[in-house]
Each structure stands twice: as C-alpha cells, then as structure tokens.
Design a binder for this molecule. Sequence first.
Ligand SMILES: Cc1cc2nc3c(=O)[nH]c(=O)nc-3n(C[C@H](O)[C@H](O)[C@H](O)COP(=O)(O)O)c2cc1C
Length: 155
Amino acid sequence: MKPLKLIFISNTGNTRNFAENLVNYAQEQNQKNPDYPLLSIEEISEQTDFGNETEPYFVSVPTYLSGGDGTGDNVKEVMTTILGEYLDYHDNAKQCLGIIGSGNKNFNIQYCLTAKRYSKRFNVPFLADFELRGNDKDVQRIYEDMVERTKEVNQ
Ligand SMILES: Cc1cc2nc3c(=O)[nH]c(=O)nc-3n(C[C@H](O)[C@H](O)[C@H](O)COP(=O)(O)O)c2cc1C
C-alpha cells in the first residue's frame, strides 16, 4: 500500500505529538510487514501556501471554540479555521478520506465538535477521535482505522 498522508493543525503541540507517534507506529508496523503503509505528515498553519491535493489524505483537527453556553450551539471555531479554508480550497475536500477529531472530554457536548462540523460541511467521514495527545491504544486504533478506510475506498 502507498504511504498514507495526514494533514493536521496544532496550536499547543498535542495534535503534532499524536501525528509524530502515528508516524513512528506506522514505521514499526511497516518493518514487521511491508504490507502496512508508512505515514507522512504535513502541518498546516497560517503561513502555509495553499496547494491542490491530488492524492488521498486524512485530516486531524483539535477543537477550539469560543462563546456559546456549553450546549455546542452558537459556538465559534477559533484557531483552526485555516484548516477549514484549506479543505475548502478548490477540490481539496474531495481527496480527504476521513477527519480525525481531538479535544478534551471536559467540554462535554462540544468534544471534538470541529471535526464533526467539518465532517458534515465537507461530506467526509468522521473517522475517529482521541483526547489531548492520545495514548498508545489511540495510535494503534487510529492507524488501523486509516488503513481500513484506505482499503475500503480502493476496493
Ligand atoms: C481556548 C480553548 C478552547 C477549547 N475548546 C474545546 C472544545 O470546545 N471542545 C473540545 O473537545 N476541546 C476543546 N479544547 C481542548 C483542545 O482541543 C485540546 O487541548 C487539544 O488537544 C489541543 O490540540 P493542540 O495542542 O494540537 O492545539 C479547547 C482548548 C482551549 C485552549
């Protein structure tokens, strides 16, 4: 299988840390069995020059919301909007195979809400979620989800 690709955004380093752990895990799996794909990662920020995505990829987005009353209504996405703009750029969303959400369960109903909103807005599956930096089990589970999803679309 071709290497997988993950595009992410990270403000305080949690999502970056998770993405790097995923790269290492993919490498370990690939060394055991070359049928398991490697993973490349790409961080998006306000400084990124937009380009056209021509190959399938996944997205990992943490949740930053402001305002609202804790019900999830009327809250506004902050800090991550550039990733939404990137998905919205030309046909980029069409190549996206899945959105991985992260956040903090203390936010209750708003947990991973940005990923859920992106899923609806861009019509891309909400693939998985993890809290903060994720743990080893999250890395393993989400790598497997990405591999399965890639196989599914290649059938
Ligand atoms: C101002 C602020 C607002 C946040 N709002 C939410 C939220 O609405 N829902 C949620 O699940 N997590 C929320 N979080 C938690 C972050 O999504 C979480 O810390 C995430 O791991 C940050 O990822 P990053 O370090 O890659 O930027 C919020 C964090 C901050 C600092």
